[in-house]
Design a binder for this molecule. Sequence first.
Ligand SMILES: [Mn+2]
Length: 293
Amino acid sequence: MKKIEYIILGHLNPDVDSIVSGVLLERYLNRLGYSAKFVIPDLEVDSENIDICCRYGINLRDYKDSLPDDKEQKYILVDHFERTVDGQVVGVIDHHPTGKELSYPYYRNERASSTASMIVKGREKQFTTEEICLAVLATMVDTVSFHSSKTLPEDVVWVKDMVNSYNLSYSQLCKEGLCLTNICKADDFLWHGLKEYQFDDKKLASSSVLVLNPNNYKEMLSNAFLLIQDYVSNHSLELFALLIHDMTKFQSDVYYISSHKVEKEEFDHFVSRGSEVIPELEKKLYIKKLNII
Ligand SMILES: [Mn+2]
């Protein structure tokens, strides 16, 4: 087999934006004559993400693979900016703000509604209608159909422009963007959208669910807290942030869970994990004012 020059990775437990960005960047780089492959090494991917990608023509099985044991292998990260790999990270395309100074050969981290839109915007001619539809889909999902605070007005304009120019179904894409979480049991609160964050020697983790009425899950939630506290202890975390988004009111509750304490913060808007909750915790962690621990 020919050696792959660039392996493209989305973040752990990749979401729709990570997956679509990986697929689109792979195709784009290969069209330019590079040899690139998007790989999903994760054993677990949330089933909603598998389903939605499948409905839009991406079969995750085509991308699931283990990573090579090769220190020379070059990696490009999409939709996240750091990763421990057996090889070298040579490029990053991301939209998650950070205070960290990062020095990759290619580093592009901008305010954007999705990583997929960063890849396609301004290069539309080099993508097919189906691929543009995927980038719009990823943008709708990542911004919860423009309800998230990370939505940029210029991206709303771009999406509308794409919908008109390529004759896409806006109402269908909006519906996909709401992505309600299918919650059956307490541990869905722990696993859904689970991400871990490393800041020096400190580790945080977070999960998030989208529901129509959070009150329906009150009883399940106390069990979820116990499961999460176990997880916090077993993974030596400083803190776990559980985000519950109310998709009727477009407001969010964030529960900060440590091994011995649970605190709730209410947001009057759909809070963004990557742009608000985690950067705020990161700041508090560095100035050692994480009183909730
Ligand atoms: Mn994203």
